[in-house]
Design a protein around this ligand. Sequence first.
Ligand code: C5P
Length: 407
Amino acid sequence: MDESTDLQGKRLVLGLSGGIACYKSAELVRALVKAGASVQVVMTQAATQFITPVTMQALSNQPVVLDQWDARAPNNMAHINLTREADAVLVAPASADFIAKLVQGRADEILSLMCLARPIERCPLLLAPAMNREMWAHPATQRNIAQARADGATVLGPAAGDQACGEIGDGRMLEALALRDEVIAFFEPKRLAGKRVLITAGPTFEAIDPVRGITNLSSGKMGFAVARAAREAGAAVTLVAGPVHLPTPAGVRRIDVQSALQMHDAVLPLAPIHDVFVATAAVADWRPASLSDHKIKKDGAKQVPSFELTENPDILAAVARLPQRPYCVGFAAESHDLLKHAREKLIRKNVPLIVGNLGPATFGRDDNALLLVDAHGERQLATASKRALARELVREIAQRLSSPTAS
Ligand code: C5P
């Protein structure tokens, strides 16, 4: 599954109320369309002060609706028609004033009128607030946000950071791509709602001296994709990551570690309070038995240094031995005999599911092929993006959790 098809077939209404964050809505409409959605833009008069309808029409490829007296609709009821076929309404930016109007059920211009007239059970409302930090923190706005949530709206963000007014704090609208990802996540079935998922990802780095170490070619992409998919499926996700250069998936709690021992120490106390443990990390099997305090120098002795290795703890096996163990999923990155090695690991580590993949063929890439191996048999997931495979794996895990024989 390609990122560009995540919203294929979805019909969205994108509402803009007045705020400087309207400049981000141009990028947002582009990203939504690129992901496969059809987007009908509706703007308040205030929004047109910040960005022109021409821009929004060009990017959405549809005429923009600007007022409730728009006579183009044969029945002259734009406020009704707009949401009857829509899969969701996203208001981005949602100003403080617009949110206040929403919770009062006001309907004196097209956008609030349309929101009030939407079939509430069929057409969800997503709000991306954007305002100055004082406006966001004001008890009136917080009261209104709480009420909007109670009325069924989903609130996306806001983010914290620099504001157009020069102040710093909460209230910025999420960036366009982050909003697109939140919309994608919104539509994913919540198969892991209420579940807590712990994931390890990436390589580990085993220091030899202050500047050198032993590591491997794992990029962390598979584990990060599983973290994102689990969060999209409604889980609370903790990701323990080795040294990788990947952005944290939205809504995921990340703990960075370097070595296998650090990963072990981060994971073990957390494991009993999670429902699922997915060990995607390529943990180094060995580490130098002792760490040199100083950089080992080439000059002087003219002798090639040698150092002893000692074995790292097996994190997955340790979690699987816990009396209160989560549902454990291991990965097997092999160069050959995938099925044989995956089966061996299933037994040796005493876990219910091992996911085999060919390490050299997938390290660093955006696609992969997986072989799911359990006590009953195996299932091949053909080559696809790591995102698509992660979603499929999450679906499998959710299914197994709901089966009474899951262990
Ligand atoms: O033993 P091997 O490294 O082949 O097993 C791979 C699986 O075990 C992966 O799920 C990996 O994350 C996990 N593992 C671990 N701790 C280790 C070694 C591997 O959790 N020290």
